[in-house]
Design a binder for this molecule. Structure first.
Ligand SMILES: [Zn+2]
Length: 325
């Protein structure tokens, strides 16, 4: 029996402290957890950390992993106390930050195991810190480990997934993910985002190179874009990509900071925009990947906007995708 949708979370990730005034704080996802639980969804816990550690090394340099672990061990024990800066002023941390980042990867790998193994059709991971800005050896933009990139590599190595699509609708471009798969002919990266904007990458002419040429697809949008420009552009680009790339698994960097209420994003999406993009991805997965979608939370900093966006996403994941042809 295959569950239509499974959700994953571990309260450990709430212990990653960023200080009292940072937008990426524990309260933002506590609200999402409450909302999905109120809808009757059950949240599952991750497996042992051993495989997680091995998989992280598929994307991140061992020296970076050691440096991060060591820096976190010197961080403050209390999540809301003054913090230690690591790599970037955007990346404050506490003593539990390494464990939270590692656990986030573990939750995503558990979701991939369940979806690739047939226990679940779709999965959504409610977690933090986010990951899509993290590079092989550098933390940036609130991100430490690039969980979605690790999950793509892990799905290929552990589950024999040949081609993986990573789709990203966070308002920021996922520079770390793009960089990881830039020359890779087996992992496509599709991103819609505000541009120009942090982190500066994601122009239309960034399309990959070598075997990966044409498999990086960027949909840059100006400030204030709404559902039609943002979600509509994403749908069109996805259609074009699927003509030359048939994924065996769809991974999603699901950020909700393009929501109209978000204090950082400056965009105009409603819940309908997130529903549209999620349905398009579910339909792509139904057409090519036995319905397999594994999604992980990235950004989203307005409490209500994040919760509404995430609920729209979860409901659209739980439904069947609309027919593609
Ligand atoms: Zn973001």
């Amino acid at each position: 029996m295959t569950d239509p949708l499974r959700l994953y979370h571990d309260p450990l990730v709430l212990r990653h402290g960023t200080g009292a005034f940072h937008p990426e704080r524990p309260e933002r996802i506590a609200a999402v957890v409450s909302a999905v639980e109120a809808e009757g969804f059950i949240l599952r816990r991750p497996p042992s950390p051993e495989r997680t550690r091995g998989s992280i090394s598929l994307v991140h340099d061992p020296a970076y992993v050691d440096r991060f672990r060591e820096a976190a061990s010197r961080g403050p024990a209390e999540a809301d106390k003054p913090f230690t800066l690591f790599d970037s002023p955007d990346n404050p941390m506490s003593r539990s930050t390494f464990d939270a980042a590692e656990r986030t990867v573990g939750l995503l790998l558990a979701a991939v195991d369940d979806v690739m193994g047939g226990a679940a059709r779709r999965a959504f991971v409610v977690t933090r810190p986010p990951g899509h800005h993290a590079r092989a050896a550098e933390a940036m933009g609130f991100c430490f480990f690039n969980a979605v990139a690790v999950a793509a590599r892990d799905a290929q190595r552990q589950h024999g997934a040949g081609r993986v699509l990573v789709a990203d609708f966070d308002v920021h471009h996922g520079n770390g993910t793009q960089e990881t798969f830039w020359e890779d002919g087996s992992v496509a990266y599709l991103s819609v985002h505000r541009y120009p904007f942090y982190p500066g990458t994601g122009a239309l002419d960034e399309t990959g190179s070598g075997e990966g040429l044409g498999l990086t697809v960027n949909v840059p949008r100006g400030a204030g874009a709404g559902d039609e420009a943002y979600a509509g552009g994403f749908e069109s680009a996805l259609d074009g990509l699927l003509r030359r790339f048939r994924p065996d698994l769809v991974l999603v960097s699901a950020g909700f900071d393009a929501h109209r209420l978000d204090p950082l994003g400056g965009m105009g999406l409603s819940e309908e925009g997130f529903t549209r993009m999620t349905r398009a991805l579910a339909a792509a997965a139904d057409a090519h990947a036995f319905g397999r979608v594994v999604s992980v939370l990235e950004g989203g900093y307005a409490p209500r906007g994040l919760t509404e966006g995430a609920l729209a996403h979860v409901r659209a994941l739980a439904g069947t995708g609309e027919p593609t042809n």
